[in-house]
Design a protein around this ligand. Sequence first.
Ligand code: ADP
Ligand code: MG
Length: 204
Amino acid sequence: MRTEPVLVSGLIEVCRATIAANTDSLCALDRAIGDGDHGTNMRRGCEAVSADGAKLSTLPFPDAVEEIGLTLVMNIGGAAGPLYGTLLMEMGRELRRRDETSEFSMVLKQAIDAVARRGRAQEGDKTLLDVLYPIQAALAERSPLGEIAIRAQRSASQTAPMKAMRGRASYLGDRSIGHVDPGASSCALLTTAICHYLEEHYPQ
Ligand code: ADP
Ligand code: MG
């Protein structure tokens, strides 16, 4: 797994830019089935990580990932902060526990399971897990990055017919049906940005 500083700072920047460009649309999705703050929450988190970018780039890759998770917990807020934070913190810890030959898909699986435990949620509950698990499956199948991005976007769209079982949207019951989940959407946007960045800078 590549761990150059440029990778860390490049990934931080593409994630920040993607969320900045989609803040309004994420808030609109959250207005439909939540309280309308998901875009601004995510933007605050990404800007905080970006402000720490220079320091993060000097850390070993697992430490940088864990530190990004901590920053996300402290700055995103809402339900999504602890969940995205757990994802990155667990990923960092798991990367540190394993050697470099480990499959990244296994690292991701551990981290997603930790998110599911944290949110007491599972696949099908209309949350960001409905994008995370399909991405993990695509990685385990060694799908090309472009296909992983497409799978992430399709998985986010597929949350529309689901009924929310967790988080604020679950208060709406059946009225949550027919809307894309905001957390699933931010997750698909970030995945797409990361895949395209890696495709461009680190062709497989
Ligand atoms: P809040 O709901 O506190 O306003 P956000 O709007 O930032 O927080 O995030 C909402 C997103 O968080 C949802 O769209 C969903 O994807 C995710 N989410 C909420 N609760 C849970 C949970 N218990 N487990 C997994 N994901 C959740
Ligand atoms: Mg919200």
